[in-house]
Design a protein around this ligand. Structure first.
Ligand code: NAD
Length: 327
């Protein structure tokens, strides 16, 4: 199976080359993102392996099918970036990695909470500059605080377990309550009630038509004044420009983002010598109570290893006529 891995960074190459590679898979790595401009690189490849910011819209899928590709192997759990109707029409099979390490993402959400609460990002810069003062660094105990978990699947449940360990009170919102999260003592509430009560809100639901801009001007106004919002789900769960007014007024007290609606053309690349063209992101980065990471919540050795091995197993199973982890 000639397989082309788009958007492959050095850490992707390392994890694939360290995995058990079935003999019938011939791997090729392509650092470029899959777009209409780069799709021609996939001509003659049976399998295209794609990540979250690759373009798998109608036009790209049509080019892939015309070039002989038959399998799209996603290296992600999320598949909101794939035009599934077109894939089906063209006879392209789509498989994904439904779970790799919920711990990786859940722990990163907690890392954002702790950084924001204890101002670690500011303290790091301060002490390196010889400034050992503490003004402006007052945090709060997590113990006893109310945490709202939006989406309590694998990652949300893992996150809830960690926060229960801090002694937090758990609120949850999910159309399908998870008994394991209820067993932690979490109370399932309608979203508006969760937003009104939680001091920390963390998003762990998929991006779809129901959840796009779940957090917007109205929902921000329903939150407790000074609440903390953490998004490690997908950027478009949040109407990002609305965050700026909420931060300026103090309605939103802290913001931790690992994902951003307009991240596709920015994240995963070093743009440090270029002027930042995205004015919304540029403004967000000026707030002292905002921490942005560039979609790195998944980036642990364990998660990368599991992504590589499941992807290779998915390709093998499909080649053997018994596809698994179908989208
Ligand atoms: P999952 O399928 O196990 O859980 C998703 C949960 O969301 C389910 O319980 C589902 O019922 C719930 N849900 C569906 N619609 C909802 C809605 N309208 N409101 C509230 N909850 C809703 O998925 P998971 O493995 O826990 O992953 C969750 C999301 O995290 C993924 O969809 C992906 O977008 C994101 N993710 C981000 C990273 C990262 O690196 N930042 C990595 C992996 C996954």
């Amino acid at each position: 199976m000639r397989t082309l891995i788009f958007s492959s960074q050095t850490y992707d190459q390392d994890s694939f080359l360290a995995a058990r590679i079935p003999g019938d898979i011939d791997l090729h790595f392509q650092p470029a993102r899959l777009t209409l401009d780069t799709v021609a690189l996939a001509n003659g490849y049976d399998v295209v392996c794609a990540f979250i910011n690759d373009d798998l819209g109608t036009a790209v899928l049509e080019h892939l099918a015309a070039g002989g590709t038959r399998l799209i192997a996603l290296r992600s759990a999320g598949f909101n970036h794939v035009d599934l109707d077109t894939a089906q029409r063209l006879g392209l099979t789509v498989v994904r990695v439904p779970a790799y390490s919920p711990h990786a993402v859940a722990e990163h959400a907690v890392a954002l909470i702790l950084s924001l609460n204890r101002h670690l990002h500011r303290a790091y810069n301060r002490t390196r500059d010889g400034d050992f003062s503490l003004h402006g660094l007052t945090g709060f105990d997590l113990f006893g605080k109310t945490v709202g978990v939006v989406g309590t699947g694998q990652i949300g449940a893992t996150f809830a377990t960690i926060m229960a360990g801090f002694g937090c009170e758990l609120l949850a919102y999910d159309p399908f309550p998870n008994p394991a999260v209820e067993a932690l003592g979490a109370r399932y509430l309608p979203l508006d009630a969760l937003l009104a009560q939680a001091q920390i809100i963390s998003l762990h639901c998929p991006l779809n038509e129901q959840t796009r801009h779940l957090i917007n001007v109205d929902s921000l106004n329903r939150m407790r004044r000074g609440a903390m919002l953490i998004n490690t789900g997908r950027g478009a769960l949040v109407d990002t420009p609305a965050l700026i007014e909420a931060l300026k007024s103090g309605q939103l007290g802290y913001l931790g983002l690992d994902v951003y609606e307009e991240e596709a053309k920015l994240f995963f690349e070093d743009r440090s010598d270029l002027p930042l063209q995205d004015d919304v992101l540029a403004r967000l980065l000026t707030f002292p109570n905002v921490v942005v990471t560039a979609h790195q919540a998944f980036l642990t050795r364990e998660a990368l290893g599991a992504i590589a091995q499941t992807t290779l197993d998915n390709i093998s199973a499909w080649a053997a006529g018994a596809p698994q982890n179908l989208v």
